[in-house]
Design a protein around this ligand. Structure first.
Ligand code: AMP
Ligand code: MG
Length: 419
């Protein structure tokens, strides 16, 4: 009896466990970068507040600042007249402590005068030359953020492992972190194998095709924040392959396309083994992409992806991507799968393997506000039509057909966790 194929979920677990083990057996490689160049990178240190935040009692509104005790007990309908003794703008300060019955005009972001603790917004105050009428019904400290109210000095404000993006980058700026330690991006080498392949710049002969997988896979690795090394096109020859593999094994991840099926010139597996790569699986119950291979050395993960462009892309999306995210120490490495209604197109029944169809995520009525359109495609070589999709529709083995209105699983190509 034939042994059943490894399921996709089992394969994903093997990849993630292997990637975690590899990552954690070497010390984390760090790099110090300017925060102006750190967008999208992963923070490798806990960043602490260098002073209390805010650094002074700060008005959150434009209005009048005074001592709460002067209006304690007043209701919303009751009023109190204050002497206006000055003004404080953002960046300014008031020269002396505020006495009872005194108020200052204050702007958003300005420090409260000593003695003042509460701000009434300008819209509800009635100003006359030297006086202002303030309404009651306020709480002590209203419209004021206390010194240290957001963070005390020395408190961790951005944790190691967070992605530096928009708000987190701004917090680094707030605490004066001009240089930060980040994790180095994994180094990924991508090699295309096949005697039929020519470079994009060249004109194919009658029986040749241009290599598209290398471009696809390099773009995918770049979008997962890797440093990508172009390993070029390698002929289906053992010596040439072994040399290319040896070089690729100097990085963190080696990705090969083609040459992992059962054809007479599919030498990738034997060359990998000859170069000391331990094979952890070869063939997975996935369509397209069944011949996919995964292995490792002491330092490097190795993916042998099938040569058909859609097979190569799908296996890279579901198996390679989590590994790249683990090695890059990104906070989220598993694919996001959402259950959404199919809005149009019919998906045929699935055979014995988990099957991925091209889908287009769209805005739609309904509680989630999204739906997916299925696209037709003509098998694993048809990357032209597959490229018109932006998500993968995942169907489990032995699923029946799906029609509009049915809820289906979609796999997002990107993590939803961006900072
Ligand atoms: P293989 O996995 O090497 O047996 O290749 C399977 C199919 O994918 C063949 O039709 C190849 O010509 C095609 N193919 C292999 N590598 C590439 C590539 N880098 N770009 C585009 N097509 C490829
Ligand atoms: Mg080939």
């Amino acid at each position: 009896m034939k042994t059943p194929l490894l399921s996709l979920d089992q394969a994903v677990e093997i990849v993630i466990e292997t990637a975690l083990a590899l990552r954690d057996c070497k010390p984390a490689a760090l790099r110090t970068v300017s925060i102006w160049e750190a967008s999208g990178l992963v923070l490798a240190e806990d960043v602490r507040a260098d002073r209390p935040l805010p650094p002074f009692d700060k008005s959150m509104m434009d209005g009048y600042a005074f001592r709460f005790d002067d209006i304690a007990g007043l209701t919303r309908d009751e009023k109190k007249v204050f002497d206006v003794v000055g003004e404080v703008a953002a960046g300014g300060s008031f020269s002396r402590p505020l006495a009872a019955g005194e108020a200052v005009a204050i702007m958003t972001g300005a420090p409260l005068p000593e003695g003042a603790d509460t701000v009434q917004i300008v819209e509800v105050c009635e100003r006359d030359e030297d006086t202002v009428i303030v309404r009651g019904g306020l709480n002590r400290g209203e419209n004021v953020t206390q010194l240290g109210g957001q963070a005390i000095a020395g408190e961790v404000v951005v944790e190691r492992g967070r992605i530096i993006e928009s708000l987190t980058a701004g917090v680094l700026a707030t605490v004066g972190k001009a240089q930060v330690d980040v994790y180095r991006r994994p180094r990924v080498t991508v090699i295309a194998t096949g005697d039929e392949l020519v470079n994009v710049e060249d004109t194919p002969e009658a029986s040749q095709i241009r290599d598209s997988n290398r471009r696809t896979l390099m773009a995918l690795a770049e979008s997962e924040w890797c440093r990508v090394v172009d390993g070029g096109i390698i002929r289906d020859e053992r010596e040439a392959l072994r040399m290319a593999i040896r070089e690729g094994l100097e990085g963190d991840v080696l990705v090969l396309s083609g040459g992992v099926s059962a054809g007479a010139y599919d030498y990738v597996r034997e060359c990998l083994e000859a170069e000391g790569v331990g094979i952890l699986f070869h063939q997975v119950a996935i369509k397209p992409g069944k011949p996919v291979l995964f292995g490792r050395t002491a330092t490097t993960l190795v993916f042998g992806l099938p040569g058909n462009p859609v097979s190569s892309f799908v296996t890279a999306t579901v198996l390679l991507t989590p590994a790249l995210r683990v090695l890059g120490r990104r906070p989220d490495h598993r694919s996001w799968e959402l259950r959404v209604p199919l809005t149009d197109g019919v998906i045929p029944p699935t055979g014995k393997r988990t099957t991925f169809h091209p889908g287009v995520i769209i805005r739609a009525a309904g509680p989630m506000g999204i739906g997916v359109r299925s696209r037709t495609w003509d098998g694993s070589a048809d990357h032209i039509r597959y490229a018109r999709s932006n998500v993968l529709i995942r169907r489990e083995a032995d699923s029946g057909a799906a029609s509009p209105g049915d809820v289906v699983s979609i796999v997002l190509p990107r993590s939803l966790v961006q900072w």
